[in-house]
Ligand binder design. Structure first.
Ligand SMILES: Nc1nc2c(ncn2[C@@H]2O[C@H](COP(=O)(O)OP(=O)(O)O)[C@@H](O)[C@H]2O)c(=O)[nH]1
Ligand SMILES: [Mg+2]
Length: 407
């Protein structure tokens, strides 16, 4: 029986829309577009690029001259940016260690303010000791209850039962409710704090991290001048058991929001199944590759965009921050890999960094205290957690680092 013309038209229309959506969702960057034609692609990373000499990125860079970055200069060259840290009072020795390193290598020159966040008030001891570490302004901020508390739609019994299962799969911190709260806050709430209302850029710092290399230019202005959204140092695999349905939820979100995908995205990096096929399989299509977010230098306008806001809202409602252990690192990384131009994501090759057990240690006379090219400390099995080879393969290093190649 022939279909009436109106029904036929509707069927054809539905098929066209469906095909369009499928193409949009799986539209991966071509090898020319991801990272741009000037990006430095490396196939299979035969040797660690940190063994090659690292210079500063090319000029122009903003540097200290006279009092242009003095702490009390009301007309300084600083932009709307802060170093920020979520930290507990009991982690005071650890945060002092991180401050000492970052002040020594960078901030004693530029005097960007520090903003500390906590879910309980900071003690006087904490304030006094941290104030003594810097000439820059420091702000101590309490997280509003509505940003930290477990959302009303989370069922506590289900949380506990899910945590039992996560624990059986060796997922760290499964039963630690505050760890789940912390991951959720770092994913989608920190930039909504009233203290950050006028801030655009931030550098995230955790207790007990190390910085090894002198950095003599204003990294926030670098981000602004070169139109970068996000800077990372370390790129890792995650435990697939901590994110079993994160990718499924992401695909659901994309099904009705495909317009948010950037044409020059990093989908291939997010979905690679060649390097660790079992990881991609266990995480239901997500390679688990992510920027290690204990270090982030980023533009909060990205998190404040409707693409990210709606994505976070979708994930938050799905409950995986509690029923699974979705971290802010994979959540941020998936969003960046889908919604942002991959060229706007920068590897800060020149910032020597360690959060136990991984390093970024460049080959530069500006660095002290780390072993050039060393990626991890400890068991040799940690080597396979390195996901930089996929980033360099699919997206490539920022063209800024081309100068060090001929050196
Ligand atoms: N104020 C506060 N900070 C927390 C809490 N849980 C974690 N953090 C902070 O969140 C960051 C990540 O926590 P951390 O224990 O280092 O997690 P890991 O690096 O994944 O092992 C660190 O800066 C911690 O100080 C919490 O309950 N309260
Ligand atoms: Mg940590």
């Amino acid at each position: 029986m022939a279909l009436p013309p109106a029904v036929r038209l509707m069927a054809i229309g539905t098929m066209l829309v469906f095909s369009f959506l499928c193409i949009q969702i799986y539209r991966a960057p071509s090898s020319l577009s991801a990272g741009g034609k000037h990006a430095i692609k490396i196939k299979d990373m035969p040797r660690d690029p940190n063994l090659d000499p690292t210079l500063e990125p090319p000029e122009p860079l903003h540097r200290v001259s006279g009092n242009n970055y003095a702490p009390d200069n009301a007309n300084s060259n600083r932009i709307n940016a802060t170093i920020l840290s979520l930290v507990r009072n009991e982690e005071l020795p650890g945060i002092l260690q991180s401050m000492r390193d970052l002040e020594r290598t960078w901030n004693h020159k530029f005097n960007y303010p520090w903003t500390f966040f906590n879910d309980v008030p900071f003690t006087e001891e904490f304030k006094k000791a941290t104030r003594a570490m810097t000439k820059a302004d420091i702000r101590y901020e309490l997280i509003p209850n509505e940003h930290w508390e477990v959302p009303s739609w989370i069922n506590r019994d289900l949380f506990r039962e899910s945590a039992d299962i996560l624990k059986e799969h060796d997922v760290q911190y499964a039963h630690m409710l505050s760890y789940h709260q912390m991951c959720r806050w770092n994913s989608g709430l920190f930039y909504k704090h009233p203290a950050l209302k006028d801030m655009q850029y931030y550098w995230r710092v955790e207790p007990k991290v190390h910085f090894f290399c002198d950095v003599d230019y204003d990294v926030f202005r670098f981000m602004q001048d070169r139109n970068k959204t996000y800077g990372f140092t370390i790129n890792l695999y995650d435990s697939p058991q901590s994110v079993p349905t994160l990718w499924t939820e992401t695909i659901k979100f994309l099904a009705s929001n495909s317009h948010y995908q950037h044409p020059d995205n990093a989908m291939k990096w997010l979905t690679d199944k060649e390097r660790r096929p079992e990881h991609t399989q266990e995480a239901n299509g997500y390679s688990t590759c992510h920027f290690w977010s204990n270090f982030e230098i980023a533009d909060m306008n990205f998190w404040r965009s409707s693409a990210y806001e709606e994505y976070f809202e979708h994930l938050d409602r799905a409950g995986g921050f509690f029923y699974e252990r979705w971290g802010d690192a994979p959540v941020h990384s998936i969003a960046l890999g889908l919604f942002e131009d991959a060229r706007k994501i920068h590897w800060f090759k020149d910032i020597g960094y360690q959060h136990i057990p991984f390093f970024n240690c460049p080959n530069s006379p500006k660095c002290r205290g780390c072993v050039t090219g060393r990626f991890y400390d400890g068991d040799a099995t940690l080597a396979k957690e390195d996901c930089r080879p996929n980033w360099f393969k699919y997206v490539g290093m920022s063209p800024e680092w081309a100068v060090s190649k001929d050196d």
